[in-house]
Ligand binder design. Structure first.
Ligand code: IPD
Ligand code: CA
Ligand code: CA
Length: 261
């Protein structure tokens, strides 16, 4: 199957939306709250519209879902999964770590995934069976094989204040086992950073398909390993994700077992 046409359409859509996000990074935002600490802005919605229009102009028969509610579900075999801004809290504060994430699945299998960081102009891409790239150059996971020497990333769920399943237990368990942990604020970029070896592992719970669909394929195609916390095969419907360079995967699973999973 020619996957390049999906890749090109996703890139074009993400670049249009990315430009709009960069142009508005200092503009006033209209912020509404989906929860106590879960924000959405007019720019999430604008980005979503740009991406939908762009993708559907090329593939009018395909289905599409995205985080801020725009969707078309008419039983197509092809489904686009879009996060119009992954890292909205960062975007709102002007903290320059956010991205656009787009994947297309066919009958549940991710064919293509792209993540665009418009601040650094970094485009992470992957085609099923075709490897992963950063700005068109092949990328590969790191080869750190000891948890003790690893740099990890994670994130926290929006119900952190209400739920006991809030990742704080895993965070403190990992903090004393690895070299350091970073909380960047964008799960899609966290996954891409594992893919290109800037981080060695990433775990998070309560994620949604738009957070993980593209990034998980990018990690796998870069030679990494992606599962849930029980070492079962990951697919974008799963809320738990453990992604690593493969070499520290078992050690990370052992630490996760110490907390609530
Ligand atoms: C969030 C980010 C964050 C992660 C949250 C996600 P959003 O996505 O990826 O890093 O910790 O779990 O929901 O809301 O900015 O699209
Ligand atoms: Ca997200
Ligand atoms: Ca989002």
């Amino acid at each position: 199957m020619d996957l390049d046409k999906y890749l090109k359409a996703a890139e074009r859509a993400a670049k249009k939306a990315g430009l709009m996000l960069i142009q508005n990074i200092r503009s006033n935002r209209e912020i509404s709250f989906k929860g106590e600490v879960n924000l959405v802005t007019n720019f999430d919605k604008q980005s979503q519209e740009i991406i939908h229009d762009s993708l559907l102009s090329v593939f009018p028969d395909h289905d599409i879902i995205s985080e801020e509610g725009l969707k078309k579900e008419e039983g197509s075999d092809f489904k686009w999964i879009v996060d119009p801004i992954d890292g909205t809290t960062n975007y709102v504060h002007g903290f320059p770590v956010f991205c656009i994430s787009i994947a297309v699945e066919r009958e549940g299998e991710t064919l293509v995934g792209i993540v665009l960081d418009p601040v650094r102009d970094e485009l992470f891409t992957a085609k099923r069976g075709g490897g992963a790239c950063l700005n068109k150059k092949k990328i590969h996971v790191s080869d750190i094989d000891e948890l003790d020497k690893s740099l990890l990333t994670t994130g926290f769920p929006y119900d952190i204040r209400e739920s006991e399943l809030n990742n704080l237990d895993h965070f403190s368990n990992f903090a004393v086992r690895c070299q350091a942990i970073r909380r960047c604020g964008s799960a899609a970029l966290d996954l891409c950073y594992v893919a290109c070896g800037r981080a060695d592992g990433f775990w998070e719970m309560k994620l949604s398909p738009w957070d993980t669909a593209a990034g998980a394929l990018i990690v796998k195609e870069a030679g990494g390993c992606v599962t849930d916390f029980h070492n079962q095969r990951f697919h974008s419907g799963k809320k738990q994700v453990l992604a690593s360079n493969g070499k520290i995967h078992k050690q990370m699973l052992e630490v996760l077992k110490l907390g609530k999973i």
